[in-house]
Design a protein around this ligand. Structure first.
Ligand code: NAD
Ligand code: MG
Length: 335
């Protein structure tokens, strides 16, 4: 096959066997024509280094869990930019932490790709959640809002049951919610704090996945949001970082366990992303002001920049991808 291609190219260049050469390349030409037609409507190339705000950022702090609508600058979740193309048509997705950050970016993208979407969030985040519900509906999809605290096992079960009931099934589970509170020293970290982080980041995905599994048919997808913290933990994120190592590990374990059932399990590992988690106790003011400045792109990522990864991992076109962790870190860190 390779030789034939080489021969065709030689024939074109030398002008020999012209008719054979035309026959060989015409399918390629028609593909090019189609690509060019699409290019006519394309956006101009944008340098990713300058695509979004860079530090220094204004000092800012919100009570946990924080609201996206109160951040300065406002995060971009793809509200104005994400364009769907029917990649998830007819799918039914549950996204935890779907009110803001990566979960909101995934919710907007999934709806615009044709999926009905249920989101979970804390009652204090109702204002952010309302915006997401409106965006899902504006995409012409069903939106289900199920507030509640994931640190409670009974609620996790109820959440899945309710999502299944209201969506009429479940094919995509995005376990994305997490708690991150920085502490300079392990000596300042109380058992209550440590427990809250473990409950939110490790127990809740365990409870939710167990509740969801009986509903997931072959072809379904589970996606966990992990972090570059799994492999390169920060000094002040002693508890959080270990939960992200656990997330990466459960993705890889479950992928093996669930492959025979036809359920794919993958992870997304963000670097520093501009979300409420960071301004509500996740980072020090000093770190926030310089946020993302130490990455090769010298800026934080925006949730919108990860939306297509969540889509890709849910898309049945990615049917051979399971047990993988996809990074988006501006060039630093490893998934
Ligand atoms: P975010 O604050 O927008 O989202 C986190 C969400 O978790 C909140 O919106 C909240 O709804 C939910 N949550 C927290 N505790 C909860 C509880 N007890 N019950 C129910 N919901 C609860 O921030 P984000 O950065 O988009 O976080 C999403 C995921 O991305 C998390 O898993 C986080 O660990 C991960 N992550 C974030 C970054 C970053 O720099 N922002 C980097 C790596 C990984
Ligand atoms: Mg939120």
């Amino acid at each position: 096959m390779k030789d034939e291609t080489t021969l065709s190219r030689r024939q074109i260049i030398s002008g020999l066997g012209a008719s054979l050469a035309v026959a060989a390349v015409s399918p390629v030409l028609s593909v090019d024509a189609a690509t060019n037609a699409a290019d006519a409507a394309a956006e101009p190339l944008k340098d990713p280094n300058n695509a979004y705000p860079k530090p220094p950022f204004k000092s800012q702090s919100q009570p946990w869990p924080g609201l996206a609508s109160k951040m300065e600058p406002l995060p971009d979740h793809g509200e104005k930019s994400y364009k769907g193309s029917g990649r998830l048509k007819g799918r039914k997705a549950l996204i935890t932490g779907g009110d803001s950050g990566m979960g909101r970016a995934a919710a907007i993208a999934y709806a615009r790709e044709g999926a009905d979407v249920a989101i979970n969030y804390l009652p204090a985040e109702e204002a952010d959640a309302k915006e997401v519900v409106a965006l899902i509906k504006a995409a012409g999809q069903k939106a289900v809002a199920i507030p509640g605290d994931l640190r409670d096992e009974a609620f996790c079960k109820k959440l899945v049951d309710e999502a299944v009931r209201q969506l009429g099934g479940l094919d995509i589970l995005v376990s994305n919610a997490a708690r991150q509170q920085q502490h300079q020293s392990i000596m300042e970290l109380s058992s209550e704090d440590f427990d809250a982080t473990m409950k939110t980041n490790i127990y809740a995905p365990f409870w939710i996945i167990k509740a969801a599994l009986p509903h997931l048919q072959p072809g379904s997808a589970i996606i966990g949001t992990t972090s570059e913290q799994a492999t390169d933990p920060s000094a002040d994120l002693y508890d959080y970082a270990q939960t992200k190592a656990a997330t990466t590990s459960y993705v890889r374990s479950l992928a093996k366990q669930l492959a025979p059932k036809g359920i794919r399990v993958n992870g997304v590992a963000p670097g520093p992303i501009w979300t409420p988690l960071q301004v509500s106790g996740g980072a020090t003011q000093e770190k926030l002001q310089k946020f993302g400045g130490d990455t090769p792109m010298k800026r934080p990522g925006q949730p919108a920049e990860l939306a297509s990864i969540y889509v890709q991992l849910a898309d049945p076109m990615a049917s051979y991808a399971t047990g993988q962790v996809y990074g988006a870190t501006g060039g630093g860190g490893q998934p």
